[in-house]
Unconditional design. Structure first.
Length: 467
């Protein structure tokens, strides 16, 4: 009985399965079924639509990734190029200042005079000179090697360039000086050129600051001091050495080896290319007069300097030189056309020149008289009382010549300085701290000139020739 019931249940299950299978087959073969793969006119399935959208999105994502990678590489390269340009500019600017600190102080004096601060002594101007030189050195080194605090250094460089751009904007508008002196006499730019240069550098600094993380490091940040300290010491030593001696690399138009007969413009050529301006001050305001104006009231206005500004923006390499004798006659060409050796003693400021060198200069004059060499004592256009006091205090027997103080500073960066020329060609230059020791009994020979020994720093006792 139980066995019969089991057979009935099995048969019933089989019948139900056959009926379900038949329904599934009919539904799959029905033309009304939209999911039938055999229907040629049926639309794509939702699964296929989703897959196609995913593929499109993936392709777009990959394109974005490729563009991002390319832009990252481009920005990475640009950031480090800008960082290198800023670093090299700072380091080169620091070198030109350390190489010619006297010239940089002269430029700072021009700025101070333009602001009416004409009584500041030169030794105080050396403080901002060395400070600015060290700031540019440190910024340049840190940007170049990539220190640990890259964001801070980049921000400081931006701040520095922002200040320099504001200063050069003032210079371009007011025109208090002919050039800013950013690179000394190595690269002379007009005020407008300097402003454009600083705007470009400021944009670079902002770009580097915004992407400071892309600056790669040349050395590990724990070893930055290995580069920084020696460079700072070297710049400080160079600044100190060139303050007492002469520029290590002479970018001036009167550098050793220059043939002044070929490079100097004299007489009418100067008047045609230069605008002469006489600067006076009353302690508060500055007065600028041309060579056509009458002299101001001497009881109110005090003479400061004479400026010779090149007319136009074409700053070609020319050397201006204008020397007059005691009668006011131009003797520049006569001096340059002299054959043989000539000693030129340059004194940009006769009033401040030390009289302790009087013995040396008198002996040098006697030496030139003995062997037929020329001797020219050239000072700035000092007043008659200053000249009289110099002749009286030094017992000078040599004549006094005059020239522009700025030209004399270009000839030798000292007060006084000494230059030796041979038939118009500059052979050697010395500061007062390294004057040559010459045998009084021997004539100068061309091969001997290069072997002139330098004395030690000039002491209180006047240095004299060997006799």
């Amino acid at each position: 009985m139980e066995h019969s019931d089991n057979n009935k249940e099995v048969n019933q299950l089989n019948n139900d399965s056959e009926e379900q299978l038949k329904k599934i087959t009919e539904s799959s073969e029905s033309p009304e079924n939209p999911e039938s793969p055999e229907t040629p006119d049926s639309p794509e399935s939702p699964v296929e639509d989703a897959n196609e959208d995913t593929i499109i999105e993936e392709k777009a994502r990959r394109r974005r990734e490729r563009r991002n990678r390319v832009w990252f590489v481009v920005k990475y390269v640009l950031v480090n190029i800008c960082r290198a340009v800023l670093a090299i500019t700072f380091l080169f600017s620091a070198f030109t200042k350390a190489n010619d600190p006297v010239g940089f102080v002269i430029k700072l004096r021009d700025y101070a005079g333009a602001l009416g601060m004409t009584t500041i002594p030169d030794y105080l101007l050396y403080l901002p000179a060395i400070a600015l030189t060290l700031v540019e050195t440190i910024l340049g080194i840190y940007l170049f090697v990539g220190v640990k605090r890259r964001r801070r250094i980049a921000a400081l460089a931006t701040l520095f360039m922002l200040v320099m751009t504001a200063v050069t904007l003032w210079i371009a508008i007011k025109n208090p000086v002919s050039d800013c002196g950013c690179f000394g006499d190595a690269v002379v730019l007009t005020n407008n050129q300097t402003l454009g240069k600083n705007i470009v550098l400021l944009a670079m600094a902002i770009f580097v600051t915004a992407n400071y993380k892309m600056m790669f490091r040349l050395i590990h940040h724990d070893w930055n001091w290995i580069v920084t300290i020696p460079v700072v010491i070297a710049v400080t030593v160079l600044f100190s050495y060139c303050t007492y001696m002469l520029p290590l690399v002479d970018f001036l138009p009167f550098a050793e080896g220059t043939d002044l007969r070929q490079t100097v413009k004299t007489g009418d050529a100067l008047d045609q290319n230069y605008k002469v301006t006489f600067v006076y001050t009353n302690g508060t305001d500055s007065l600028f007069l041309s060579d056509q104006d009458d002299d101001p009231d001497s009881t109110v206005w005090k003479y400061v300097e004479t400026r010779n500004e090149l007319i136009g923006d074409n700053l070609e390499a020319t050397t201006e030189l204008f020397i007059v004798d005691q009668d006011g006659d131009d003797v520049t060409i006569d001096i340059l056309q002299e054959e043989g050796f000539s000693f030129l003693v340059t004194v940009p400021n006769l009033k401040d020149a030390t009289v302790e060198l009087s013995g040396y200069l008198n002996d040098l004059y006697a030496y030139c008289q003995k062997f037929g060499y020329q001797f020219y004592f050239i000072s700035n256009a000092a007043d008659e009382q200053t000249k009289h006091e110099w002749v009286r205090d030094t017992a000078a027997k040599y004549p006094l010549y005059e020239s522009d103080d700025r030209v004399l500073w270009q000839m030798v960066r000292d007060n006084p300085g000494l230059m030796l020329i041979d038939s118009g060609k500059v052979l050697k230059k010395w500061s007062r701290f390294g004057l040559p020791l010459i045998d009084y009994h021997k004539e100068l020979q061309p091969e001997f000139i290069q072997e002139l020994q330098l004395t030690k720093r000039y002491a209180a006792k006047p240095l004299r020739f060997d006799q």
